[in-house]
Design a protein around this ligand. Sequence first.
Ligand SMILES: Cc1ncc(COP(=O)(O)O)c(C=O)c1O
Length: 398
Amino acid sequence: MSYSSGRQFVQLPGPTNVPERILRATSRPTIDHRGPEFGRLGLEILEGIKEVFQTSGTVVIYPSSGSGAWEGALTNTLSPGDKILMFEIGQFAALWIQVAVKLGLDVDVVPGDWRHGVDPQVVEARLAEDRSHKIKAVGVVHNETSSGVTSSVRAVRAAIDRAGHPALLLVDAISSLASIDYRHEEWGVDVTVAGSQKGLMLPPGLGFNAISKKALAASKSARLPRSYWDWEAMLTSNAKGFFPYTPATNLLYGLRESLQMLREEGLQNVFQRHKRHGEATRRAVRAWGLENVALDPKEYSHSVTAIYMPSGHSADEFRKVVLERFNMPLGTGLGKLQDKAFRIGHMGDFNDLMLAGTLGGVEMGLDIAGVPHRKGGIAAALDFLTESLKEVATPARA
Ligand SMILES: Cc1ncc(COP(=O)(O)O)c(C=O)c1O
């Protein structure tokens, strides 16, 4: 295999580019996870991570991928046979549903077209019908990474409240946390599920559950079997900054650095940056004459854009061309979108020139792969980026 110059230009919607600062932080020697230095590290990050979830409540950190944190959310709050209302809005929602089924929950699935998010009116109607309160939880994916659709968690919360229903609200914020405004506490979320490899800019390997008081109370009587995911053991050890088993120490060094970087930039600025890059990407897609998978502009994701290939063309062949020619992996179409769509991640440690390079690789790839499109996507994106910078710059000079 010949040497490919330059760093691989990872443009996946997770894992995202891991910045040098975080890579350096993770490369420190591993310390005794039962010693005093670790205890200080644990307390610092367990406190610091709350800001990112926008909560004053408890957050637990698992040495796991996001799927583990899905299991943590379900097993700690529910009992065998409990009913849970879930929305199949895309591949990750479908996978979480499968986890719930395998765990022995009675899953009430609302199907979707994978182009729209969760409809709050359906949430309200389903809960209002459930007069005997058999539904114990509602499970929602905030940002569906397979389709680039973001649902309104605030609206889902309001729907639950309008129905006057006591169900817990469980939310997957794996590809929105630290990229798209996400407010665990204000939106009354009971358990938020997240992972390290997206907006937090870390390598894969940490899973998170942010937990409300109501969810913690539910965990006292929840009877689904759990051991590794058990909040009780975790929280007992966490009180002093420790973990009930060997933690991912080096990833926690990275997390400390990530929290520092997010603080330096400011969470609101991080959200704004992602929003701008999402808009610029969509302008490129429109200029190419390609079709966004997400249909409702209110639901466009700021962290990932999924794009349909024109019919008769293979998204996988196109991604292969881009990888081979430019060393840039793009997100594959998942599930129903396999080979029909590709995804551009604009998430994590990302800036205007990285987006310009990404769109450059896509536009050149479309050409080389013989995919019908119009020129001018990059130019449309750059025009938007430039104009929006002028808007920011003008008042400051005045
Ligand atoms: C929205 C969403 N949920 C869940 C997952 C699964 O997480 P993991 O692959 O870390 O287990 C992903 C992964 O990309 C995701 O994007």
